[in-house]
Design a binder for this molecule. Sequence first.
Ligand SMILES: C[C@@H](N)C(=O)N[C@H](C)C(=O)O
Ligand SMILES: [Zn+2]
Length: 186
Amino acid sequence: MNPSQLVDIQSINREIILDIKYATNNNFLKQKVYPEPRCVLRYGTAKKLAQIQENLKQKKLGLKVYDCYRPLSVQRQMWKVVPDENYVANPTQGSRHNRGAAVDLTLVDGNGQELEMPSQFDEFSGKSRRSYNGGTVRSRQNRQLLEDAMKQQGFTGLVTEWWHFDAAGWEVYPVTDVPFNKIAQN
Ligand SMILES: C[C@@H](N)C(=O)N[C@H](C)C(=O)O
Ligand SMILES: [Zn+2]
């Protein structure tokens, strides 16, 4: 398959847990901005994520994704609510999520329970910084574990958000505004 094809992660790996916050009202926009809870990524990015899930399984851990591909029109909605490039990419340049090459995620244990992290997802505060030295030792260890697992497959984290990772080569994929219902599920 062409690495730039947009694919549903469930067609690649069914064990990655989905908790797509923007398909619910429980997010910083306080409204559902995705029609359905799907994790769509470029095929090249999806394959790397599936490999990370496989690697983590050996440690009785796994991935839970909060967000993957995000249409540019949703990025514009986000920017209206939080016009702060520390936390939301400016839609004039587009987010790496708009390219299908970024993912927001956390770690889960063997029962699918989230591991403790230094902040909540989309908590736009200093606690979300990758360098935040507060919180419990365990939460910082878990954050490091996630970063190490992602780095092994070439993902790079954002300094302001422990949950956000960009795939290597994200810049080759175009900023995209295709709605989810135009992307095949399998
Ligand atoms: C909104 C947040 N989850 C996020 O993904 N922020 C980065 C900076 C983005 O918009 O690309
Ligand atoms: Zn993100």
